[in-house]
Design a protein. Sequence first.
Lengths: 331, 293
Amino acid sequence: MHAGTAAEVIRGGRRVREIVVISGKGGTGKTSIVAAIAALAGEVVTADCDVDAADLHLLLDPKVLRKETFSGGKRASIDPVLCTGCGKCEELCRFGAVFRTSNPGGGQSGVSSDGPRTGVEVSGHAEYSIDGIACEGCGVCAYFCPAGAIAFEEVENGVWYISQTRYGPMVHAHLNAGEENSGKLVTVVRNHAKRIADERGIDTVLIDGSPGIGCPVIASITGADLVLAVTEPTMSGVHDLERVVRLTQHFGIEAMVAVNKADINSDITASIEEFVRREGLTLAGRIRYDGAVTEAQIRGRSIVEVSDGPTTRDVKRIWNQMRFYIEQEER
Amino acid sequence: MRIAIASGKGGTGKTTVAVNMAAVAARHREDVTYIDCDVEEPNGHIFFKPTVEKIETVMVPVPRVDDSKCTYCGECGYICQYKAIVSILNKVLTFPELCHGCGGCTLVCQDGAITEIPRAVGKVEIGSVHFSDETGLMNGKHLGMVQGVLDVKEAMPGPVIRRVKAYIPDSGLRIIDAPPGTSCPVVESVRGSDYVLLVTEPTPFGLHDLTIAVETVREMGLPMGVVINRADIGDDRVTRYCKSERITVLAEIPDDRRVAEVYSRGGIIVDAISWFAECMQGLLQRLSEEVAV
């Protein structure tokens, strides 16, 4: 599938492959499957790219070796002392992020009508402030503020970690509540995971993606070698699978599909498998519903570490299918 | 009363609660609207099968550069924070899919070389749901529905969510189905609500993601409560957490395979399972008490 790049040739043809587990719909079992595959795969680098609700660490128990802060962009803030209340920022902001904090003049004139001024400076004009949550960090207000009252600076909006787990290195992150630019943080996590794999001669990076099809998902899958789309046999699962499949097709990424909790509705499972065949994708397999997966999660373990039952066998079969597929593609 | 249903973790039952609460409410009142802000994967329509009355295409204004006027001063590339417009020597390149539509490049261009053209990124569908069931109980009942759909391959749900919100009525019971997670799309969906209902499950993943969702909602300064779905599948750490954080648990929904089956085929659970209908009715009652306080 991949022609070797110059860098690969230099490294003797060895290249790091990236496998991404996504789902569209949340709660289909991505993270549980990633942890199980990590346990089965021998040494891999795991990357938790679900940066706004990261859970993989709860199963892999990483020991943090390095912690770095992340800045995904800049934010505007208005200095109330310098603000003349001209309203240019409010006029130009397209995200509704500028709001009026006071209007002592009642909007009539530029001078306060509350009598003579006392020691406290009464500003005769409206003052403005930025709603940090609504601000998209475009910087237009700062650029055009005639008073130079708007600062536009890098903000810290998350952290990322390099850690060690019982199955190899792990790169993970935490995006602060309500922040933007999760895609940038995903890219940071992915790049470090790949670099570590490269340095340590580990051939696989296993990525836990986020639900949905937007920014963080796109950042997780672009340029990856294989996507495993995990779905469930519900109408919602089918609908959301179709959208992630379209996404992988748009970016030209190979995708396999696994149906989790397949026995909850075997008719829908069959129709998902039919869809997979029709789209020319590869079926990775079915996983049976098993309460033992939740029990394993409560113990901080993946299912394959605590059980030899049918679900463990299902996951093993899926991993074998994936390995077979990758080896064929790489030949 | 405007209620947002959020969760942190995906798949905990946000849509199940939002849809079924709306359906139960529609039995008794006229002014119920279900709003699907999970524009990356909107699922409410699967259950409601609404009649769509209006479709709005969501546009983001993106730059178009007139090469004959451009002097390659580079100011557009300087102001753009998203690398959506880049000036290299005698060439200006635009990357519309990265553009947030802030208008900065158009404003800074001294040569009048940049105009904005609309680019479609998704749609908003406005419609209604008309119920009819075997019992006749729901015949003639209806609710309003608004949903946003982000086009596949688009990265930014924000503009679609903002347009969805423009269609939220000013009054009545408005139930907003938010996306999973805690980042900007969730905040955008939840903003402006009277109350946030966080749906979780009693597992380590459910608890962990609940704690970050709580942090987000606190930062926004909104009142909130928790629904524990599949309440008997895990352990009691979510309950203990809510107690220690003084967060009200408004409902605990037991795990029932029949619920999963109705859900799996896209059915409305309150029409099929009476204990679930009572549970949703109780939840609505608790919510109205909470919001009234």
